[in-house]
Design a protein around this ligand. Structure first.
Ligand code: GCU
Length: 421
């Protein structure tokens, strides 16, 4: 058995090492490239006013990212109905109001359901709220035994006790360290989370999730310009916001989209496509998120498209190992969030996500914030670890690994206090 495991391991190392050895972690090997100007239209017209940005440049950039990066939604799909599955006004030892709300969507005789877990600080009326996906089910973010366990498909994970793609109570609280629930509530914020696998299972299979509700006759995968999984997950956040508008306990104008890693790519795209989000947080989102693609540092467009072919639209493959040809870069995705507050965070040991590329993107996006008279990341010099810069565009790099820590939450809360309180 051990021998077999060893052989399998060596096989993977042999297969993967050429790929890994090509990964660039050397700043001196970053190719020279031109940073596409957010304030110059594709036709070369200079944008000097908010009006021109909003009427001309922003729509053309949004359209480019829609058709060539994340993919368009085939048509709109709104909430059919919702059900409060569970509610407790004395949750977490009396600290919070907890609600578990199931949204239902219907199209083509098919149904999709997903559940939002909501904690609200008990004594605050219409508190601002962080909304973000989790990777392994709502029950993993807290020890709270009342949190329902999703029956949706999940990636197997031995340390979480997930076998046969099924979530169980064994993983309750396993990700609690990533969600500073008590700190968030004590600071006067709510927290809402959804298991991303309920909206679209994270596998290269388009026969399930929200995609399969939306096909035309005889269609079984999205067209080349249509949505991949990141756009599907972003759609799920936007529909959660629709629900918040109907819930008298919530103020939908004070919702901050949060996400880590692939789910940080998702929060950015949600914030770009729906201006109702009051602010956006990208935690270690890396390639296809906050990091500049043209630097080809750490994960590249080629590697992400080959490892996760379902995340972006098929049109994005044109830029695999061909980042030079991209007429945009990710700072322009960040700029689509302007003038709303944006927080980009990196981790020192998370070189795969290219912290410098994430920082520079926040810097280059700031030009658009300037049009609105807002302050962004002004210097091109990266701050030292654990020395956050808090402006309308904020940035920090913390010590440690690819993760979400209490340090990250402490900063998100401080930054949010300056605009939603
Ligand atoms: C992989 C992937 C990243 C992604 C990360 C995650 O490392 O290459 O792009 O951000 O998974 O979501 O955890």
């Amino acid at each position: 058995m051990k021998l077999l495991a060893c052989l399998i391991c060596s096989f993977f190392i042999l297969c993967l090492s050429p790929m890994l050895s090509q990964t660039n972690y050397d700043e001196n090997k970053v190719p020279p490239f031109e940073v596409p100007d957010p304030l110059l239209t594709f036709n070369g017209k200079k944008i000097e006013s908010v009006k021109k940005w909003e009427n001309t440049r922003r729509p053309e950039l949004l359209h480019f990212f829609e058709s060539n990066v994340y993919g368009k939604l085939p048509k709109s799909l709104k909430i059919d109905s919702y059900t409060i599955l569970e509610q407790d006004n004395n949750a977490l030892n009396g600290k919070a109001k907890r609600k578990q709300v199931e949204l239902t969507f219907k199209n083509n005789n098919k149904t999709l359901r997903y559940t939002i877990l909501i904690y609200l600080p008990k004594h605050i009326v219409k508190a601002p709220i962080f909304l973000g996906y989790n990777f392994y089910g709502n029950h993993t973010i807290t020890e709270d035994k009342a949190v329902l366990i999703s029956t949706a498909w999940a990636n197997n994970n031995e340390s979480f006790g997930i076998e046969n793609n099924t979530l169980t109570k064994e993983s309750r609280g396993k990700r609690a360290h990533r969600w500073a629930v008590e700190k968030i509530l004590d600071a006067g914020y709510g927290l809402a989370t959804i298991y991303y696998g309920e909206v679209d299972p994270d596998k290269n299979d388009f026969s399930d999730g929200v995609h399969h509700l939306m096909y035309q006759q005889n269609q079984n995968k999205p067209n080349p310009e249509e949505w991949g999984s990141i756009a599907a997950w972003s759609w799920g956040m936007v529909r959660a916001l629709d629900y918040f508008e109907k819930d008298p306990d919530l103020d939908a104008s004070k919702v901050i989209a949060f996400g880590h890693s692939r789910l940080g790519k998702t929060s950015l795209w949600a914030g770009a496509t729906d201006t109702r989000f009051a602010g956006v947080i990208s935690n270690d989102s890396g390639c296809g998120g906050a990091a500049l693609s043209k630097r080809k540092f750490g994960e590249t467009v080629g590697s992400i498209n080959s490892s996760f072919p379902h995340w972006f639209c098929d049109n994005f493959n044109q830029y695999s190992n061909n980042e030079e040809a991209l007429p945009v870069d990710q700072h322009q995705l960040l700029a689509l969030i302007a003038p709303r507050p944006l927080y980009v965070a990196s981790a020192e040991e998370d070189q795969w996500a290219d912290p410098r590329g994430e920082f520079l993107a926040a810097h280059y996006a700031s030009q658009v914030y300037h049009l609105y008279g807002k302050k962004g990341i002004e210097s091109m010099e990266m701050p030292k670890a654990n020395e956050p810069i808090h402006n309308t565009v904020s940035y920090h790099i913390r010590t440690g690994k690819h993760d979400v820590t209490d340090y990250d939450w402490k900063n998100y809360i401080e930054w949010a206090n300056s605009f939603v309180k």
